[in-house]
Design a protein around this ligand. Sequence first.
Ligand code: PLP
Length: 370
Amino acid sequence: MEHLPQQYRHLFPILQTHTMLASCSQSALAEPVSRAIQDYHDSLLYMGTNWKEAIEKTEFARNEFAKLIGAEPDEVAIVPSVSDALVSVASSLTAFGKKHVVYTDMDFPAVPHVWQAHSDYTVSVIPSIHGVMPLEQYETHISDETVLTCVPHVHYRDGYVQDIKAIAEISQRKGSLLFVDAYQSAGHIPIDVKEWGVDMLAAGTRKYLLGIPGVAFLYVRKELADALKPKASAWFGRESGFDGAYAKGARRFQTGTPAFISVYAAAAALSLLNHIGVPHIRDHVKTICADAVQYAAEKGLQLAAAQGGDQPGMVAIRDERASETAALLKKKKVICAPRENVIRLAPHFYNTKEDMRHAIDEIAAKTIHK
Ligand SMILES: Cc1ncc(COP(=O)(O)O)c(C=O)c1O
């Protein structure tokens, strides 16, 4: 699998000077993505207007994301962020008459934030057990009163991967809708919303999707989308911009003009990812993470990942001073992602085994000389 970095590293100028291992936060910028950003900028600078091209680019990005997750383009809405995606979803559930929502203690804080603001819903948090989430937890906490179950595909802190197909089966059997936060998986772990039976799924573009902030995607299963009337919806969610009828499918979850510059970036980035193929990326990332786990253990570092689930696509190392360590590493041109008391080394297809070992050497040296 070492052929992936060999083939693609030249597309990422920063890799000539830096070790980039922060894909769980912001991945490296590829030249085609940089050119796309420049194209949008230049179209305003030299042509004055570019509405038609920007709308076409938006449809292209929608298609590419749909391809990435096994959906139809009409099942994908373009929204500003994953948080906004969930706000739109939350605004659409009144028709069900049920008022119980569950999410997990592995969800990114944006998920609880959205539900804390909805005091008309009863909310339960599904607790993980020693860092893993047994399926029995879903059997226990989802009831026939549950309207929506929110789960992360991958835990943002240590990379723990959940079995979404199994969770979807439980959720469906109990009559709950399922919302999957795939921000930490889309772009390096294959997703198949149809095969898994997912109702809704969201992912933003600045992490493993190789883009920049400003745009995210919300998948809503077609039959479900057509039955929902989100309150967080405006002219980009209408059949025609000036007509009051909801658009068909997931588009009705859209509000206003998308951040076109981010859409241009996303279109180029998704096209690159689909060209490479996420299953190949997954194989490569798994291989270099397996090596890194062993190497980190040899160096005496303590790993944060729990035992269980599919193999994580990141290596999370315990460090009570994670932010300080990340700042030190940054001075040495090693970019990783601290979060609470862990340092996350989150590689992508452009990284090598040596990148991971180099970062681990730097972390171990810092720990020893502290
Ligand atoms: C799993 C996960 N979900 C959601 C978010 C927040 O995304 P956004 O800022 O697009 O709302 C993050 C950001 O780090 C995340 O890791």
